[in-house]
Design a protein around this ligand. Sequence first.
Ligand code: ATP
Length: 375
Amino acid sequence: MSIWRMMALAASAEPIRASLPLNVDCSLPCPCCIILGACVDLMKHKITLIPGDGIGPEVTGAAISVLRAAGFQAEWDSFVVGAEALTKYGDPLPRDLIDSIRRNKVALKGPVITPVGTGFVSSNVRLRKELDLFANLRPVKSLAGVKSRYENVDLIVVRENTEDLYSGLEHEVVPGVVESLKIITDRASRRIARFACEHARQEGRKKITAIHKANIMKMSDGLFLRCFREVASEYPEIEANDLIVDNACMQLVIDPTQFDVLLLENLYGDIVSDLGAGLIGGLGVAPGANIGEELAVFEAVHGAAPSIAGRGIANPTAMIQTAVLMLKHLGERDIALKVQSALERQLVSGKVLTRDLGGQATTSEFTNAVISSLT
Ligand code: ATP
């Protein structure tokens, strides 16, 4: 901020202070704090926050505490979504939230409960479609200190996020017969294939395996596979192969280290993501991101886990690692590294672990232990 802008702000300090968000995070005195007595817009990052429901508020709260302790400063624009938003605003996905993400370009999102078998359309799915967050990126990497059946798993799940059986097109043909439409388009298939190739190139990955059932769904999965092969041919340095989804699941369980990047349609991607989480210690540790051309919403793989919600026992590791992905996206590599290292040091010490990892610690005990590990 220039000194001129700062002086102009100082001259009109009252209205500005009145419009300050309540949750401005300002722990260090900066020039505008000194002049105005409040932080105005030196905040480098404005981020939309969706605490979500179920365990969402517990794990997003934990992640934000760790980020703050690591020195990350941001203005958080917080919104309710799902059943609470439906009651308050008549829409589980309020327009103000969508506008906020479009403005800020980045959001950190907790899980949101979707009624099973009836009720409103999943807010998670609607959000991804509405903002055209076409790529769901889910790194599956073993964490030192987290016991699992495998070591050295390091693969990336790239899931198409906007179509397939998630099109939401279902209808009753005649009583007792329903139809769900699986939509696969050339455009979305090429776009996600290119994303996977570009991401693999950027991360120095060597191989992409497209996972499909094109032997049965010859047209839909056949199109997805054909698009992948054509796009991948433009990336000669990356080995491109493919596997039928049932075999892929078996191969993942036999030896996950044979895989590098996995490319999947929406539904297979959802299922294989949970399988991937199971390979590295469970849903409590698996991070994720929804990426579009301009916008990104960072969201762990796990759902709202209602059975453990409100008990203070959820593992915030997945959400902390999700926040690390967000920090990298924002160009905050040093803080990202600091948070990831503290998390790993804390896990390796094995002293304060949540129940899903074999310990007895609460979410806040675990979070405080991570904060104590920050250097
Ligand atoms: P969705 O379909 O909404 O993604 P899901 O079917 O994948 O949800 P989750 O809500 O993610 O299911 O949770 C499944 C189980 O995994 C929970 O009952 C809980 O035992 C465990 N779990 C998920 N997330 C966590 C977490 N952060 N900490 C500890 N356990 C978790």
